[in-house]
Design a protein around this ligand. Sequence first.
Ligand code: TYD
Length: 212
Amino acid sequence: MHSGKLITFEGLDGCGKSTQLEKANDWLSEKGFTVQTTREPGGTVIGQQIRNILLNPEHEELQPESELLLYLADRIQHLQESILPEIAAGKIVLCDRFHDSTVAYQGYGRGLDLISIESIVEHCIKPYAPDLTILLNISPETVAARLNRRQEHAEKDRLDSESLSFFTRVAQGFEELSAAEPERFVCLNGEQEIEVIHQEIIDAFQQRLRIT
Ligand code: TYD
């Protein structure tokens, strides 16, 4: 049996993570790996309910600290209920967003002091750090253009209404996180062609995780 792994995909809204995650899933599955794809928020039945609270555009009264704790609750549920058992069963878990998103969005974007959640993170999340994190970088201006397109299709959620300066701070957060842990992160230019990015992700799997 293969050893299980957690690979996370991160980046600004509209960076193309979900497309790349699906293509990575196809590639790994063709290679014979057992893959589980999932996402945050919303990777479990309970998490799906948390997701509905978090992303509902009508929830304007949601407090930043409440938002932060809901993301953590979703993640702890997700880890214990599905990610950890799947890794233990030898699966490669591909997760669309994980804890880096909380640091980038709630910490840098909203400006929350994450000290208050440190002991929860230390005990419940840090021990299960991803084996690899694919970060797709796009400019905050590209986010605005892509979200406008989503808006035309009436798919906007609560976070899609954030400002350019919000996404600039979030991008700064991802940049600092990836600089602090270069062995975990693979930073790719998300403005390239889909197939080019896909090939770079496969290269990273092969070089960093020895997946061949
Ligand atoms: P989603 O529709 O899944 O967007 P995307 O496809 O861009 O990932 O919505 C997830 C939103 O939640 C996204 O705007 C980022 C935000 N988010 C946080 O703010 N903090 C977090 O910890 C996570 C996991 C997501």
